[in-house]
Design a protein around this ligand. Structure first.
Ligand SMILES: [Ca+2]
Ligand SMILES: [Ca+2]
Ligand SMILES: [Ca+2]
Ligand SMILES: [Ca+2]
Length: 267
């Protein structure tokens, strides 16, 4: 695939470090999701899927080094039973933790670090807070259909609560005091509503049916990583720099600036 400018004002196609893979993804500008500015915390990386059992899922939070996470929750909003959307699938209370000395926290399951790709198992970087959430393969970040991730303060709902009773893509209840950050992982063909203007995927990778298996926030916006490789995983550490436009062929990510027209990346 040829990477380069998409030719429309406000859109930018850049290459990803996924040599040999054919991929198409899109994401809104990351700046949209930086919250309301009252608390400098944001979601910086997620691993939701991998080749084989999903033993190594994690969510990375970043912000001011040492910042308290009192009252802070990570939520996953998706389907539940026959309800196609708005259901709280996961609610992780981070209140007992603070960001590490390097400004990062990794919320992960205890089986994290067991899968080896390319001779490397994942580990939480020195200086980051290592927050073990549940035992074994228990975090279960869904990759079967669209999921919205929210970072909020003061959550008073619960897993199973339906926040979009008419499933029109607008939340009818927001049981939190502050929305700090959000993004949605999009899977090909999924009709489930999402609740963030920041959208990552779908991306055409073998074995994922369009769901981005891994994504991280770069200065230029969200980037998508590989399914059977930890090449771009940096749990607890700052993201790798985004590849320069045109530097690597084989994959492209379309960034759409807020308030401007979306357009499909060139194939
Ligand atoms: Ca998963
Ligand atoms: Ca609604
Ligand atoms: Ca619903
Ligand atoms: Ca990272």
């Amino acid at each position: 695939m040829k990477a380069g400018m998409a030719g429309t004002t406000g859109t930018l196609a850049i290459a990803l470090g996924l040599a040999g893979l054919t991929a198409t993804a899109r994401a809104a500008d990351a700046a949209l999701s930086m919250g309301d500015g009252t608390k400098p915390l944001w979601i910086s990386e997620l691993r939701v899927d991998q080749q084989g059992a999903d033993t190594d899922e994690y969510v990375e939070i970043a912000g001011t080094p040492g910042a308290s996470l009192a009252g802070t929750w990570i939520l996953a909003i998706g389907d539940g039973g026959s309800d196609i959307g708005g259901v709280v699938e996961m609610a992780i209370n981070l209140s007992t933790w603070s960001l590490g000395s390097n400004g990062h926290l990794v919320a992960r399951e205890s089986s994290f670090g067991t899968t080896v790709f390319g001779g490397r198992a994942l580990s939480v970087a020195a200086g980051a807070t290592d927050a073990v959430i549940g035992s074994g393969d228990s975090m279960n970040l869904e990759n079967a259909d669209n999921v919205t991730y929210l970072l909020v303060q003061g959550f008073t709902g619960a897993v199973g609560t339906d926040l979009d009773t008419d499933n029109d893509g607008t939340l009818d209840a927001t049981p939190w005091t502050t929305l700090l950050d959000s993004l949605a992982f999009m899977r090909s063909g999924s009709k489930e509503p999402v609740y963030s203007d920041v959208r990552v995927g779908p991306i055409e990778l073998s074995g994922t049916s369009g769901m981005p298996p891994h994504a991280w926030r770069a200065e230029s916006g969200w980037q998508v990583g590989a399914f059977g490789s930890w090449e771009h995983d940096t749990p607890g550490a700052p993201a790798q720099a985004a590849p320069a436009p045109g530097a690597i062929t084989g994959a492209a990510l379309l960034l759409v600036r807020p308030g401007r027209r979306r357009r499909t990346a060139p194939r």
